[in-house]
Design a binder for this molecule. Structure first.
Ligand code: ADP
Ligand code: MG
Length: 361
């Protein structure tokens, strides 16, 4: 039936009514002396695009591999759709994984690659073919079925890898830095596409990345990892605008903190405060008082970095401490002459970072 149009989207897995897609409880993993995962508790909702964000070595891949069943936890449990799968083999779990290096079979065509999992499961040929067509349609690769992986671009190969996972209709799809090998432009295009595909198929995505922009643009929620633990779970704006810890404030976005004496002088209260660089206005008016609802501080520009769309200023405050300011390159003739500037920001754009338990800041 060569002319039959494939179904526009893959049918979603049966509804997981009332249960979570993934629940991790007290999850730990030690490799000898190395504590890779140090007590992770996490609930992921069905249909969520959930990202695990953190620096290299923070334990993201190890958590993903325990969800997939490639590693057994040292302690704690993994539940999928309400079932404890901690001790089940990978093939007994309703999940699939997409890796960064695609791991396509080079000697097989795109179609054979996509059908492979179904062939192993002894799905009849006609159904195999139909589901492979659907999956290729979902990742917008109709017409590429007969090509070999070597005849595709990096982005297309990554989409084949995605189709190969989607064709199994897993309840949860695990993706470990799947866009890491692509150049920036292609990666940004794939971010938008991947998010759209996730919306189309309605499968829960658990997406690992060390790239904060990627996590912010794609996710419904983000868990920020540090040293085998989660520092914060929240929506992109919660994590960006209201960082729960100094680590999150520094890892997600530019670290722009006021603390100690400069916080007391500028804000009028002790504590650690986060102000995002784009929320700060910079001008040369040193004498006027701050407008209502605003805080202001004077200082000296120590560096100016021209980045095309924006200009970034580093400002040493007279009260001590340093703030980074991003100004849109709007072309209004603003220039710093003698280096003396005033910074202004709205009270509600200055977020007090909660102090760690047991610490007075
Ligand atoms: P991420 O994916 O966030 O970069 P990983 O989960 O890969 O981090 O690694 C977390 C920590 O565990 C690192 O210190 C890493 O070196 C260590 N680790 C990961 N896998 C193994 C392993 N198989 N044997 C020993 N140490 C490992
Ligand atoms: Mg990793």
């Amino acid at each position: 039936m060569p002319n039959q149009a494939p179904t526009p989207v893959l049918p979603a897995s049966p509804a997981l009514t009332g249960s979570l897609a993934v629940r991790l409880s007290g999850l730990r993993k030690h490799f000898g002396e190395v504590v890779a995962v140090d007590g992770v508790d996490l609930d992921i909702q069905p249909g969520e695009f959930f990202s695990m964000l953190g620096p290299s070595g923070s334990g993201k891949t190890t958590v993903l591999r325990m969800i997939a069943g490639f590693e057994l936890p040292t302690a704690g449990t993994v539940e999928l759709a309400g079932q404890d799968v901690s001790r089940l083999a990978p093939f007994e779990r309703d999940v699939n994984t997409v890796f960064q290096d695609y791991a396509l079979f080079p000697h097989m065509s795109v179609r054979q690659n996509v059908e492979y999992g179904l062939r192993v499961k002894k799905v009849p040929r006609a159904e195999r073919r139909r589901r492979a067509e659907e999956a290729l349609h979902t990742v917008r690769l109709e017409g590429f079925a007969e090509r070999k992986p070597s005849q595709l671009s990096g982005g297309q190969r990554q989409r084949v890898a995605l189709a190969r996972a989607l064709v199994n209709r897993p309840k949860v799809l695990l993706l470990d830095e799947p866009l890491g090998a692509l150049d920036l432009k292609l990666r940004q295009a794939m971010q938008v596409e991947l998010k759209q595909i996730q919306r189309d198929v309605g499968i829960t995505f658990v997406f690992v990345t060390h790239d904060q922009d990627e996590a912010l643009t794609m996710s419904d929620r983000i868990a920020v990892f540090n040293n085998g633990r989660i520092e914060q779970v929240g929506s992109p704006s919660e994590v960006y605008d209201c960082p729960a810890t100094e680590f999150v404030a520094g890892f997600v976005g530019t670290s722009n903190l006021l603390s100690g004496r400069s916080a007391e002088t500028v804000i009028g209260k002790p504590g650690v405060y986060s102000i995002r660089p784009e929320k700060i206005r910079i001008d040369g008016d040193l004498s006027s008082p701050a407008p209502d609802g605003h805080t202001s501080a004077t200082g000296t520009v120590t560096s100016v970095v021209y980045a095309g769309a924006t200009v970034r200023y580093a400002v040493a405050l007279d009260a001590g401490g340093q703030l980074s300011v991003v100004r849109q390159n709007i072309g209004d003739g603003f220039e710093v002459t003698d280096g003396r500037v005033r910074l202004t920001w709205r009270h509600d754009h200055c977020y007090r970072v909660p102090s760690p338990e047991g610490h007075q800041s």
